[in-house]
Design a protein around this ligand. Sequence first.
Ligand code: IMP
Length: 200
Amino acid sequence: MSRKFTGNKLVIASHNKGKVREIAELLAPYDVEVISAGDLNLPEPEEDADSFLGNADIKARAAALASGLPSLSDDSGLAVEALGGQPGIHSARWAGPSKDFSIAMEKVEQALAGKTDRRAHFVCALVLCWPDGHAESFLGEVHGALTWPPRGEKGFGYDPVFIPNGYDLTFAEMDPQAKHAMSHRADAFRQLVAACFETD
Ligand code: IMP
C-alpha cells in the first residue's frame, strides 16, 4: 500500500523551469501549493546514479531533507534505440554547459547519421519523498520517432524532434494539453496520482 500525500504543500525538486512548469500544470487539479527547489534556493545534488529512478531518488531525498517538506522529483530523458538508449540519463548533459538543446538535438542527429532506425522514447521517473525518508517511485514512457529538422516552439528540451507514435506533430508543435495527455511525464503522473493522491 502506497503512502498517501495528505499535505497541501509540495516541493518540486528541480531547477529546470520547463519541467517545473509541466509538473505544476499536471498538479493543478489537486489542491496543492507547489514551490520549486530553485525558488527555495536549495542546492542541486550531484546526480551520480546509473538510472532514471536512482537519480530521481537522489533529488527528491535531498529536497525533502533540506526543506522539511514532501518533495517530488522528475528525472527524465530521451532514449534513442539505434544509439543503445543514449543520451538517456545524460540527456541534459548533451546540451553542454549553456544548456542549449539545439546543440543536443544536433548531436543526436549526427550520431544517427546513416542509420534508418529512428525510434526513440522518453522516460520519466518520478519520486515522491517525505522528510522521514519514505519514498514512492513511478516510471513512465512514451514511444515515437525522431524527425529532422526540429519543428515547433512549445515544450522544452528535445520536444522539437520527437513525434509520438500515431501523430504527425512533434511535441513542440502540440498544445501543452495534448502533450500532457500522452507524455512519459503524464504516464508516470497517472501512476503517482492513483497511488498517492486519490483517496478511494
Ligand atoms: P534531468 O532529468 O534534469 O537530468 O534532465 C532531463 C533532460 O531530458 C531535460 O533537460 C530534457 O532535455 C530532456 N527531457 C526530459 N523530459 C523531456 C520532455 O518532456 N521533452 C523534451 N525533453 C525532455
